[in-house]
Design a binder for this molecule. Structure first.
Ligand SMILES: NC(=O)c1ccc[n+]([C@@H]2O[C@H](COP(=O)([O-])OP(=O)(O)OC[C@H]3O[C@@H](n4cnc5c(N)ncnc54)[C@H](O)[C@@H]3O)[C@@H](O)[C@H]2O)c1
Ligand SMILES: O=C(O)C[C@H](O)C(=O)O
Ligand SMILES: [Mg+2]
Length: 543
């Protein structure tokens, strides 16, 4: 009896080629008999795989198919993503990834990334040492408390870092063998999960206060020790933790918060295009924001800066905002506001009181722009939108909440209620709207336009920090690519199919700013451009 000699290469997604192994490779590696006899090219594998994908009945089945592919053959997986980005993005990412997080414990098959439970807080360096990837460029980490607009998903939140990092590679071109998704499992306050015997996370209410802060600190220290060169992207933390964590670590380690800073960078990019199409200027805007969480305040802060850059004084720029949360308008008499929210509190002397609704505010303020980061489905009602359109020739309306089921409005309704005058961008993907017998794509103002380029720029420039100026430079690079700048009938953002090119431009802006800010080694713009091109991993089988 000869010993079994199963070749491990078939179980290594980084090296496996499946049916693309050549006859010679099969013979040398001992793969004969283990694979069907047909030998396919990568293109043929992609063609077959996208067919299988299309036949899966529901988005969640398609998600599972792609995750299987990701666990089996990374070149094929990423080639499929790159070649069919527009089609698969809503599956790998928002909105389907949200459902995958909600069902995480039902669909779990194989480990990907790391789950760091609070109970193991004394062993975090050891747990990090158990990772598959020897070197890591980018970590995306969540604690699962605010997954999209779906609330607390506990350790099921790991689906989000997995999805974000898939796009770091497919769009940014980061080496998939050097990215690491992580969930900090600090418990969950989701009653449904806690009551579900099938829940796989730590069955405990969320850790909070000093214990929570200590745990995050331990995590950061473990990364500093084990992976000192990795950039950390903080993702989908609840507002009460998102801002403090960002502020605590941004000057200490290379890190940024995607929901606060990435979202702001793309929203400002899209808004600049919209303002130009409206024939207006940033300093002429009156902006109503529904939602006052970390994403909304991050977006408002960056727009406020754009108003100041366009000539408004700091106070005047601040007075151009009316921000509402679940309890109504932010006003000075409210005692529940954080310092970041208080910046936007309206003076008590104004007519609008704390109880003012969105419709009251829109009637009174006559805004030029209405932004939604509230998770409140259909909150931009016909009444609100018609009121806005009655005083504004080109109302800018951005329902940015995710996933689709949390969106403040459907673009087709906005189109109807404003007779096609609204300038729209959404957070989640929507089908094109019909106008004059033709189709007009809906721009997706989602941080996916920014974070892959930030990662690529940071890696290529070897940046040690992510500064505000780096994100602003990324945003400006994106803004300059707005098709609407050249054609007022064109979309506010480049199409999804152009995201890889967008990432290269965002990366260049980020890298140049990193050098200017002294957080990356001195290099010329041309040198940085070449480094960005060289840093990109391509989904091809190596010779
Ligand atoms: N498009 C993007 O790129 C992008 C990026 C980040 C976040 N988001 C989305 O933005 C939303 C908010 O994210 P966040 O991190 O700020 O969340 P959050 O939970 O911190 O904030 C939500 C805010 O909305 C307010 N709110 C809730 N219900 C409301 C209602 N009925 N009316 C008015 N306000 C209401 C809350 O009071 C709170 O201020 C989420 O849906 C998220 O998916 C989109
Ligand atoms: O994940 C997304 O689609 C965007 C954003 O980070 C969010 O939390 O909604
Ligand atoms: Mg997010």
């Amino acid at each position: 009896m000869s010993p079994a000699r199963y070749p491990q290469i078939l179980d290594d997604p980084l090296r496996n080629r499946g049916t693309a192994f050549t006859a010679e490779q099969r013979r040398v590696l001992g793969l004969d008999g283990l694979l069907p006899p047909a030998i396919e090219s990568l293109d043929e594998q992609v063609a077959r795989s996208i067919e299988v994908f299309r036949r899966r009945p529901r988005p969640i089945d398609q998600y599972l198919y792609l995750r299987e592919l990701q666990d089996t053959n990374l070149v094929l997986y990423y080639r499929l993503l790159v070649d069919h980005l527009e089609e698969v993005l809503p599956i790998v990412y928002t909105p389907t990834v949200g459902l995958a997080c909600q069902r995480f414990h039902r669909i779990f098959r194989r480990p990907r990334g790391l789950t760091l439970p609070y109970t193991e807080r004394h062993r975090l360096p050891e747990l990090l040492g158990n990772r598959r990837q020897p070197s890591v460029d980018v970590i995306v980490v969540t604690d699962g408390e605010r997954i999209l607009g779906l609330g607390d998903q506990g350790s099921g939140g790991l689906g989000i870092p997995i999805g974000k990092l898939a796009l770091y590679t497919a769009i940014g071109g980061l080496d998939p063998g050097r990215t690491l998704p992580i969930v900090l499992d600090v418990g969950t306050n989701n009653e449904e999960r806690l009551a579900d015997p099938g829940y796989l996370g730590w069955r405990h209410e969320r850790i909070a206060g000093p214990e929570y802060e200590d745990f995050v600190e331990r995590f950061v220290q473990a990364v500093e020790t084990e992976l000192p060169r990795a950039m950390i992207q903080w993702e989908d933390f609840a507002s009460h933790n998102a801002r403090p964590i960002l502020d605590r670590y941004r000057d200490r380690i290379c890190s940024f918060n995607d929901d606060i800073q990435g979202t702001a960078a793309v929203a400002v990019g899209a808004l600049r295009g919209a303002i130009r199409v409206a024939g207006s200027r940033p300093r002429d805007q009156r902006i109503v924001v529904l939602g006052a969480g970390s994403a909304a305040i991050g977006v408002a802060d960056e727009i406020r800066q754009a108003l100041v850059d366009d000539g408004l004084g700091a106070d005047e720029a601040r007075r151009r905002f009316w921000v509402l949360d679940v309890d109504g308008l932010l006003t000075e008499e409210r005692s529940d506001l954080s310092p970041e929210q208080r910046v936007y509190a309206r003076p008590a002397s104004e007519d609008l009181s704390a109880g003012a609704t969105l419709a009251d505010v829109v009637w009174a303020v006559r805004p030029t722009a209405l932004l939604g980061l509230s998770t409140a489905r259909d909150a931009f009602t016909e009444e609100v939108v018609r009121a806005m359109a009655s005083h504004c020739e080109r109302p800018i309306i951005f329902p940015l909440s995710n996933p689709t089921a949390r969106s403040e409005a459907d673009p087709a309704d906005l189109e109807r209620w404003t007779d096609g005058r609204a300038l729209v961008a959404t957070g989640s993907p929507y089908p094109a709207i019909q106008r004059h017998g033709g189709e007009v794509p809906v721009s997706q103002s989602n941080n996916v336009y920014v974070f892959p380029g930030v990662g690529l720029g940071v890696v290529a420039a070897q940046a040690a920090r992510v500064t505000d100026r780096m994100l602003r430079a990324g945003s400006a690079a994106l803004g300059a690519l707005s098709p609407a700048l050249r054609d007022p009938d064109a979309p506010l953002l480049p199409p999804i199919s152009a995201l890889r090119d967008v990432a290269a431009e965002v990366a260049l802006g980020v890298a140049v700013a990193a050098v200017e800010d002294g957080v990356a080694p001195e290099r010329s713009r041309e040198d940085l451009r070449a480094r960005i091109a060289r840093a990109r991993w391509s989904p091809v089988y190596p010779d």
